[in-house]
Design a protein around this ligand. Structure first.
Ligand SMILES: O=C(O)CCC(=O)C(=O)O
Ligand SMILES: [Fe+2]
Ligand SMILES: [Zn+2]
Length: 672
């Protein structure tokens, strides 16, 4: 027997062993749980040994299964050694089957190893696991905190008068409330997203929130907390937390006393849910978006007499109900402020999808001529003016873009559409790269660096069809002011590509979410480059990256700036006054997807608007503001999924990859 035969034999042996174990798992699932596995490919899988009951946490399993495709649902029944996962397609489920069956993983919580065995199932046994009487998406976690922790949290709340201003404390008719992170305003049922309250969330909540994240009760760390205190007889009217104000997941911890909360479906179904003392209520999906929740103001609740069922729905079993006197209940409700309009699947109750928001937002439907005029004024002209300063602040290529360029085959012809100062043109010497940009001054800077670049518009690039192996478009498409023009820019990239060729696109994201780790990385980069980048935060780097360590006041509110700066000759501030577009305040979240973003030109300018002398003034100083003409660049910031949606309308391309990178939405496209 030669070595190939031997290794074949070995492989056969291990394959056989895996098959044996997989069949065993299948039989156990059938015998003990009544779960029937099937031999053909379906969209759903049951993962044996991948359950909460054998120590796999939701976070870890979710990461694993998400690597294989888009996960529609991951169901982890309490105390069971298996989980269900449903994918968007059978192909993805098959990939997960091939990848995960027989895979050994190390449990994050105990460091023990377990082997997963995966089988297809025709249907996921939802009903068996979630009692149908609870609204879908609602979960109760009992005893999340100990009596000692409960005591500490209750004692930490300062209800005294001097706290009133700082934490937006109010005595409402039916209860006392206190807000942290952001104030929830009961007049418009929303939060001021740009007015965070000083101090953030109380530190005492950190451990609790970490547990919730680790256990997978929530995916994102909340940034808003409302403390409600209800005396017996008090309550909260039935309501749905405003969709546009908060993200999907809402959690509420009950302290001091238990209470019954009523949930109501628009079709009239109501479910009374017992919230025991020290338990956590988790509302997601349908229960968060579609059902109302409220606490009826009364002194007694109706509960099960036998005490068998402490948690969950109080079923209307007339033979087993009694009255329970209420105590003072204090709830901690944690939510995450939403930065983009809600696109849930419940439009009938979704304020983001009911049109009135769009009316409030500055209307911005303009013709092709108007669009190009606006871009001329607020994009092309501005880049021409700020070219030198802009170029001085653009040194560091982005790692994922570099990676894209480095992995292209040797000899590839690559076009950088909107190449700016040519930062990417010299990255990989094995490529033939050409760049183009609307700004003559930026193209000249590329020329000085001996790169091939020419002036053109990204909507009509003077290059033949299918002549490029790859294209990149970095921080360009967000400067087009209508959806049609943005799509046309993508179409133009696609036209340049040969079949099989790839394009990488980066656009600025509405969601400028703070990613702790990455911003640390950014901070380091910035620190090493000196002061140049302090004022004008690169679009592509994301606005909030250094929000924490620079509280300089140079970013005054938009309208002040505009009026103060209108005397500056070199700036386009005057026009801003006439423009309908809101002026964005740097390093704050976006109110609108269509905005003007200020650029503070640093240094003296000559006739052409070029910097001729760098001023040695500290960032944020009054002098600097006076010497810095302010320009405004137009941006359309993209919401999650928007770039992909545009790309999907073009039949000639396929999205190979999409991701979020430091405040940008990014896609890799392949020409078909
Ligand atoms: O008290 C609670 O648990 C819920 C409070 C609530 O629903 C809210 O503040 O929106
Ligand atoms: Fe609520
Ligand atoms: Zn919604």
């Amino acid at each position: 027997m030669d070595s190939t035969d031997q290794s074949n034999l070995k492989r056969n042996k291990s394959e056989k062993k895996l098959l044996r174990k997989q069949i065993k798992a299948r039989n156990t699932l059938m015998r003990h749980e009544g779960i029937e596995c099937v031999s053909h490919t379906t969209q759903s899988l049951v993962v044996a040994n991948g359950g909460l009951g054998n120590g796999v946490n939701r976070h870890q399993l979710l990461r694993l299964v998400e690597e294989c495709g888009l996960v529609e649902a991951l169901l982890m029944p309490p105390n069971k050694p298996y989980s269900f996962v449903k994918y968007g397609s059978t192909e993805e489920a098959k990939k997960a089957y091939d990848t995960l069956n027989g895979k050994e993983i190390t449990l994050e919580d105990s460091n023990e190893n377990v082997t997963l065995y995966v089988n297809f199932v025709e249907k996921v046994h939802w009903e068996d696991i979630i009692p149908i009487s609870l609204p879908p998406g609602l979960m109760m976690v009992e005893e999340l905190v100990s009596p000692e922790e409960e005591q500490k949290m209750l004692e930490s709340i300062d209800w005294t008068e001097n706290e009133v201003i700082q934490n937006a404390q109010k005595s409402l008719k039916h209860r006392r409330v206190k807000h942290f992170g952001y104030e929830f305003r009961y007049d418009n049922n929303n939060v001021d997203k740009d007015k965070p309250l000083p101090g953030g969330l109380p530190e005492i909540c950190n451990t609790l929130l970490e547990t919730c994240l680790k256990q997978g009760y929530i995916k994102h760390k909340p940034d808003q907390l409302t403390i409600n205190q209800y005396e017996p007889g008090q309550g909260i009217p039935p309501h749905i937390d405003t969709h546009s104000a908060f993200e999907d997941e809402i959690i509420s911890l009950s302290l001091g006393a238990e209470i019954v909360m009523d949930f109501k479906h628009p079709d009239g179904r109501t479910v009374a849910v017992m919230l025991p003392q020290r338990s956590l209520l988790v509302m997601t999906g349908e229960s968060r978006y579609l059902w109302t929740h409220g606490i009826t103001p009364r002194k007694f609740d109706i509960v099960h007499a036998s005490g068998r069922q402490k948690v969950g729905s109080v079923t209307p079993d007339v033979g087993d109900l009694t009255l329970n006197r209420r105590g003072t209940r204090t709830s901690f409700t944690f939510r995450k402020v939403r930065r983009c309009p809600c696109n849930c699947t419940y439009p009938s109750v979704c304020d983001s999808q009911q049109g009135h928001q769009r009316e409030e937002a500055p209307s911005f439907h303009h013709s092709e001529t108007e669009a190009s005029k606006l871009e001329q004024e607020y994009v092309h002209k501005v880049y021409e003016e700020i070219a030198t300063h802009f170029s001085n602040t653009r040194h560091s290529p982005w790692p994922q873009i570099v990676e894209f360029l480095r992995t292209l085959p040797k000899g590839s012809i690559v076009a950088d559409i909107g190449c700016g100062n040519g930062k990417y043109l010299g990255i990989n010497k094995d490529l033939y790269m050409i760049g183009c940009d609307r700004s003559q001054n930026l193209v000249d800077i590329c020329g000085e660096k001996k790169f091939q670049a020419f002036v053109c518009d990204a909507l009509s690039v003077p290059v033949r069809n299918s002549s490029c192996d790859a294209c990149i478009s970095i921080a360009v498409i967000h400067h087009f002011s209508t959806a049609e023009r943005r799509l046309a820019a993508v179409r133009e990239l696609a036209r340049l590509l040969r079949p099989g060729g790839k394009a990488l696109i980066y656009v600025w994201a509405m969601e400028q979410e703070y990613n702790k780790q990455k911003s640390k990385y950014l901070k380091e980069k910035r620190a090493s480059k000196g002061k140049e980048e302090e004022i004008n935060t690169d679009v592509a780097w994301g606005l909030f990256c250094d929000q924490m360590h620079d509280n300089g006041s140079q970013h005054s509110t938009c309208s002040d700036h505009v009026l103060n700066d209108s005397k500056d000759k070199g700036s386009n501030a005057k026009q801003v006054i006439n423009s309908k577009l809101p002026v964005h305040t740097n390093r704050t979240s976006f109110h609108s997807q269509d905005v003007l973003v200020p650029w503070h030109l640093k240094g003296d300018t000559n006739k052409k608007g070029e910097c001729v002398k760098a001023l040695q003034l500290p960032a944020g100083s009054k002098e600097l503001q006076e010497f810095s003409p302010v320009f405004h660049r137009y941006y359309h910031v993209f919401c999650e999924g928007e770039l992909e949606a545009a790309c999907k309308t073009l039949a000639c391309i396929r999205i190979q990859k999409s991701y979020y990178d430091q405040g940008n939405w990014c896609v890799v496209l392949e020409k078909q």
